[in-house]
Design a protein around this ligand. Sequence first.
Ligand code: NG1
Length: 489
Amino acid sequence: MTCIPSYDSLDKIYDPAALLKQGERYNKLVSQFENLHGRKAEFVVRSPGRVNLIGEHIDYCGFGVLPMAIERDVIIVGATTEEDTQVRISNSNASKYPTRVFDYEGKEKVVTIDSSVLEWSNYFKCGYKGMLEKFQLDKPKGLFLLVDGTVPAGGGLSSSAAFVCASALAVVTANKLNISKTELTEIAIVAERNVGVNSGGMDQSASVLSEKDFALHVEFVPKLHTSLVPLPKTSPKLAFIIANTLVTADKFVTAPRNYNLRVVETHMAALFLAKVLGLPSVDTLKEVYDLYYKDSPLSEVERFSDLLAKAAEHFPKDNTNGNGYTLAEVADMLDIPPQQIQDKYMTRFPVETDYFRLVQRTKHVLSEASRVIEFHKVCESADASLKTLGDLMNASQDSCRDLFMCSCPEINQVCEIARKNGAFGSRLSGAGWGGSTVHLTTEDNVPQLIEAIKNEFYRKAYPNITEEELDDAIISTKPCSGAAIFTGF
Ligand code: NG1
């Protein structure tokens, strides 16, 4: 069993260039904790955000994705008490995230999470509930906690997963429980759904299972499996830039029209394809792919092209000029009463729409899953070409924009500027509809690319933006290590 690593020095976690700043941050937090809670800190845990290099909106369809952990993270400093089972949780940004206190509600319930409100401590509760449901403790330790996050909220870099994973790890550490990295990840994936978003598993996997200097190929079927992906050793060295559009993509608020709707559309597409291809009823497009090509001599990528062609052949023409199918039409296509579709797919996570765009979503998911496989192959080949990787990223962005409709004008604009200024590939990263973009370039081009995006995008879109805000919005990043316990304080 691979346990969560414990590090006594920050250089096992961060890049040398970041050590001074991170050292100051940790010291400040520990003393802030002691002032706030009037007791010594007993543990410090961290879990990072991630940038997704390729494979967008396909994790919940069961297909593999290729993210990497970044330096931005969530740190939790904590201490325990045997006297009660209360959790007292504060945030270093107290004006935005006020202190909350709640109590353990017993083995069955653990804690109530009201997913109808946007409440920062809900993300902690997800990790807390997930862990205590697993371990069924009679009396978990009372907790004093201080949280500090540097992953921008709603920025497409998985601030929520970083927080849920760090929270789960804090609960494990405080109660001296034993858990593997994979178990922690699996629990965090399910636990995060308690806030009301039907999320996939990419973010929690990247946050927990990443390792310094590698990207991560994450597969979900038949079970969670990750492999470290070396990034090409080019000269000049490859570099990634992350540019946050500063358009806040609040997945929680827009879920019924965006995220959760896409999840439902891809389930419907899977049901339809399974039906017309003579397969048993399934939930995901990955199941369709696996079942249909079980004994096929075709290569993985050929299977995707073949399935795309089959989909084009079988989906009926819609009556809405390409806007998609109504619920009644979908029900007809699936031969299932509309109410049954509502009950199964739209009750726990409600959706709001008149049309379901199954053709476009299927095209995106299958072509994107194929691009992930190609990207992975290129990274592992001896003569990996940044141009080929960049082309795949650009194709992913086009597909997100046109077929999955999860881009936005600001993302499109930043990608165009970047491509004109030496990015091999540029795309949105994460759920989209705002948030961050990721750009592949080489180290020598980083300053020029950052300057171009600052001038042509940020200073125009946000004329009052300060230099400090700019430096926070656009960063060069390297693959960082995953969740860890820090003992060197
Ligand atoms: P964000 O919102 O960027 O953290 C979300 C999902 C992922 C994945 C991407 C789209 C959560 C926690 N994460 O990422 O699982 O589906 O969208 O590829 O919901």
